[in-house]
Design a protein around this ligand. Structure first.
Ligand SMILES: [Zn+2]
Length: 409
């Protein structure tokens, strides 16, 4: 197999046909389009001589033996599912990159370590409300109780969908792999941000993956007639919420050197009428970063502001922490190997963090893990406009090939 730019373009275009609509690509996890895309890739994996295995989540493993039977696995891979009306490159670039890198390595002759290409199921949360389900199961982090109740838009629950593909939900714990199996795991992915494009760089060497802390904040004021209630008698929940939103922006700006960001992306105003002073506002806050201490500080300072605003406005504000995931620091050695590969391949690069979550963050729990980012146009992702150049994908494949070679030789 000749991995040139024409081949890369053809495979990406071919996969883009599965789930194609007039508004982008809708290839939800376990859908017919997802199965077709998987079958298409499995065929190429077989052509490359890989041994194919699927686990009870449907995760796909393609294995090439090394010369040392006892050597640990060097893994690479990504996902094929998309969000509704998604693009051609999210996940796909890492799958095609893995295929291409393994094809390149075969021409170098057998390596000491076995290579394993992994296609993770259900990376996107779009179908069942949970992200990176396949890699969570591999890392032994499956949330069986919550997943049992997870339903898609059509009301089908996750265990039923799994069984329609011939997998048994109760076997998910058996999907877990162990630390002693892997020497390393490397995922190539589009950046989904604008950092590389702005700096005119080809490769991002990822050092850490951000994780979110999510809050539900309820601001309890009092709903009054908007005409009959003088300003000094009001307990306006929305003007209080406005102060909170500006506070989180201000606090996050103060912590931006540490890579922390804060967002209020969703607000519910009740009763929600033009002629009623808002009585109740529920707002959802997303604080993210790669430094858990900085996230904790941001949260603590936000709570101080909550107390101050509640006191000043004589209003009740309730903060619920819905989730607080720990950011993932990638493996120093693997990160160094990726950086070295960039220099060998002669591409310009920078070290950076990932703001978005990836399967790699779960793999990091059981394998020394690295990530390779390539730029995507204007940082647009989860959108039909998502775009990456074949030159950048090709460069990413050179870096991935060299990285896997150094880890597996
Ligand atoms: Zn992705």
């Amino acid at each position: 197999m000749n991995v040139n730019k024409e081949w890369i373009t053809k495979v990406i275009e071919d996969i883009g046909e599965f789930g194609k609509t007039d508004k982008g690509i809708t290839r939800l996890a376990y859908s017919d389009a997802d199965v077709q895309a998987s079958d298409y890739i499995i065929n190429i994996m077989k052509e490359l001589g890989m041994n194919i295995r699927r686990d009870e989540m449907g995760n796909i493993f393609g294995r090439l033996e090394g010369t040392d039977k006892d050597a640990k696995i060097v893994g690479t891979g990504s996902h094929l599912d998309t969000v509704p009306q998604g693009g051609k490159y999210d996940g796909v670039v890492g799958v095609v990159g893995s295929l291409a890198a393994i094809a390149n390595l075969q021409q170098k002759g057998p390596l000491k370590h076995p290579l394993e290409m992994i296609i993770f199921m259900a990376e996107e949360s779009s179908r069942f409300g949970f992200a990176t389900m396949g890699s969570k199961a591999i890392a032994g982090k499956a949330n069986l109780q919550a997943w049992a109740k997870a339903k898609d838009q059509t009301g089908l629950d996750f265990p039923t969908v799994l069984s329609s593909h011939g997998y048994d939900y109760t076997n998910i714990p058996k999907v877990a792999r162990t630390e002693d199996e892997f020497k390393a795991f490397v995922e190539m992915h589009i950046e989904q941000g604008r950092v590389l494009e702005e700096d005119n760089l080809t490769i991002g060497v990822v050092e850490a993956i951000a994780a979110p802390t999510r809050l539900k904040v309820q601001v309890k004021g009092f709903a009054d007639h908007s005409g009959a209630t003088p300003m000094h008698q009001r307990k306006d929940a929305l003007t209080s919420a406005a102060e909170l939103i500006l506070a989180i922006e201000d606090i996050a700006i103060q912590h931006s050197d540490e890579g922390t960001v804060g967002t209020v992306g969703l607000l519910k105003v009740e009763p929600g009428a033009m002629n009623v002073v808002p009585g109740l506002v529920t707002m959802w806050v997303d604080i993210r970063g790669v430094d858990y201490e900085s996230i904790s500080d941001t949260l603590a300072e936000f709570k101080d502001e909550v107390a101050r605003i509640a006191d000043e406005r004589d209003i009740l504000i309730v903060v619920d922490v819905l989730s607080s995931d720990r950011p993932v620091t990638l493996d120093d050695h693997v990160v160094d190997v990726v950086e070295h590969a960039c220099r060998t391949a002669g591409v310009n690069y920078r070290r950076m963090n990932s703001g978005a979550g990836h399967d790699a963050m779960n793999m990091a729990a059981i394998a020394p893990t690295g990530m390779i980012f390539i730029p995507c146009k204007q940082g647009i992702s989860h959108n039909p406009e998502e775009s990456a150049t074949v030159d950048d994908i090709y460069a990413g494949i050179q870096v991935l090939t060299e990285t896997l070679y150094n880890l597996a030789k």
